[in-house]
Design a protein around this ligand. Structure first.
Ligand SMILES: *[C@@H]1O[C@H](CO)[C@@H](O)[C@H](O)[C@H]1NC(C)=O
Ligand SMILES: *[C@@H]1O[C@H](CO)[C@@H](O)[C@H](O)[C@H]1NC(C)=O
Ligand SMILES: *[C@@H]1O[C@H](CO)[C@@H](O)[C@H](O)[C@H]1NC(C)=O
Length: 461
């Protein structure tokens, strides 16, 4: 009796153990690996134990360690080659490592450990997270308003989508729609009707509180060329009417102070006056604040510079294929690029880039950068089919503009610390960046054809 009692006490005191699974939950990024901790307590050598990790079925384990080795052929084929024991078995560490995590790996895992005389099991949960794409904003006209759509995909868990105005106030969207894709990831889209604006951007941010939040911005500006065209038309009409009235008045001798400046009544006057803005025209032009002043002015400055100060740039072949633009994009080197030999640090510099001679290019990226090129000093406009024209900033701003044109004009202005982009074909201003220029800053032009097609991008000779 006594011996039996001694034996059982001895057996219990050596075999009895519990399992420790800190926190009971593990989260991992999609595609990465995760360690699910599990340890024998008090620590004892587990080399001779059976260690079984399973999910739903005990008989189809994720991993089975038995008879001093991992059983390779048995178990759930979904995990073959992805599961291993990473801990020090001698110290009772039976943690499971899972590689190349997929959405289907999400769930409860059981850590089961058995010695000759004892077994114990403990569960823990694996959650999988995925960081989705940057939101893509698009604009469509809807009557007097604009329909702004925001879409982003590849998220896990389900993200939240928030619209904000420039001041940071939340805007209420008309719809938020969630969808699950075939991989189990969540995509979200939403649209909002807004009044057109020239300067008030709105932003759409997508993300979940415990992950990165991605944001994109857009200025809901109704068709730049159409507005420019309408304002030019209105302005022209006003000029013509004013001049007709002026000519009539001059004919009748009612405007001596103005005619003293010019030869009144001469046929040439019409052209002269349109160019020079004579007195009556100045008066009447205050009635026509139609044009978007900034854009107008920028186009004017540009018109002056493009003829007088155009600089001819040459490619510096030693800078070829350093993919800094690539960091703008998820796929690393989709913007291989090259810098100009010439660098600028003062004045106003204007140059042109042939971005899309066939009007069918699928990607390009053009701007300025410092040397050595880095994402921090890169200021550029990029185009990708499907994404439209957007800024190199983070968050990116989508520029609502015609996507295909031949020549892009760039004006780097060190006095105003701005970099402006123009659609040369249409004579339209596209975007102006404010730059953080210091006295030491030297900028080089940068061009990239992207990798979506083989058409070149080059400096205009
Ligand atoms: C793990 O998930 C299951 C089912 O979703 C839940 O009942 C349990 O409480 C979770 N355990 C922990 C530790 O979070
Ligand atoms: C078990 O091993 C894993 C992987 O080496 C380690 O991360 C974990 O901290 C270990 N746990 C203990 C309790 O030592
Ligand atoms: C706005 O655009 C979305 C698609 O992006 C469309 O489903 C929706 O009906 C549009 N709304 C209006 C009012 O046009």
């Amino acid at each position: 009796m006594f011996l039996i009692w001694i034996a059982s006490v001895f057996a219990c005191s050596t075999a009895d153990f519990t399992l420790l699974v800190p926190d009971g939950s593990v989260s991992a990024q999609l595609g990465s690996s995760a360690v699910m901790p599990c340890g024998v307590s008090p620590p004892s050598n587990a080399e001779t134990f059976e260690v079984r990790w399973y999910r739903n079925s005990y008989n189809s384990p994720v991993l089975l360690y038995k008879d001093l080795k991992v059983e390779e052929s048995i178990g759930d084929s979904q995990y073959r080659g992805r599961a291993s024991l990473v801990g020090d078995l001698q110290k009772g560490n039976v943690s499971l490592k899972l590689m190349n995590i997929v959405v289907a790996d999400m769930g409860t895992y059981v850590c089961y450990v058995k010695s000759v005389t004892w077994y114990e099991q403990a569960g823990l949960n694996l959650t999988v997270k995925a960081l989705g794409s940057s939101p893509l904003l698009s604009l469509a006209e809807a009557g007097d308003q604009l329909n702004v759509t925001c879409a982003s995909d590849g998220w896990l868990p389900k993200p939240t989508l928030t619209w904000r105005d420039k001041e940071g106030n939340k805007l209420t969207p008309n719809h938020i729609i969630y969808r699950h894709d075939s991989e189990g990831l969540v995509s979200v889209s939403s649209w909002l009707l807004v009044s057109p604006s020239e300067s008030e951007w709105i932003s759409c941010s997508v993300g979940s509180s415990d992950q990165e939040i991605k944001e994109a911005r857009v200025i809901p500006y109704k068709g730049i060329w159409r507005d420019a065209f309408v304002s030019t038309l209105v302005l022209s009409l006003i000029i013509i009417i004013t001049l007709t009235v002026l000519l009539l008045l001059i004919r009748q001798g009612l405007l001596p102070h103005c005619s003293s400046r010019k030869n009144a009544g001469a046929a040439d006057d019409f052209h002269e006056s349109t160019k020079e803005e004579t007195c009556p025209l100045k008066g009447s032009s205050t009635e026509s604040p139609v044009a978007p002043v900034n854009a107008e002015e920028r186009v004017k400055t540009w018109n002056k510079l493009k003829t007088q100060k155009k600089v001819k740039l040459t490619v510096d072949p030693t800078t070829l294929h350093e993919p800094i633009c690539g960091q703008l994009n998820r796929t690393e080197d989709s913007f291989p690029q090259v810098l100009s030999k010439e660098g600028f640090s003062s004045g106003q510099k204007y140059w042109e880039v042939l971005v899309d001679q066939k009007k069918s290019k699928k990607s390009w990226c053009v701007g300025v950068t410092q040397k050595p090129p880095s994402k921090k000093t890169l200021t550029a406009l990029c185009y990708e089919e499907g994404s439209g024209i957007y800024t190199s900033t983070n968050p990116r701003t989508t520029i609502p503009a015609e996507e295909h044109f031949t020549t892009l004009g760039l004006l780097l202005d060190f006095q105003h610390k701005t970099l402006s982009f123009y659609n040369v074909d249409k004579g339209a201003h596209l975007h102006t960046f404010k730059m953080k220029i210091t006295s030491k800053s030297k900028y080089f032009a940068v061009i990239s054809p992207g990798t979506k097609d083989t058409f070149p991008v080059s400096f205009h000779k």
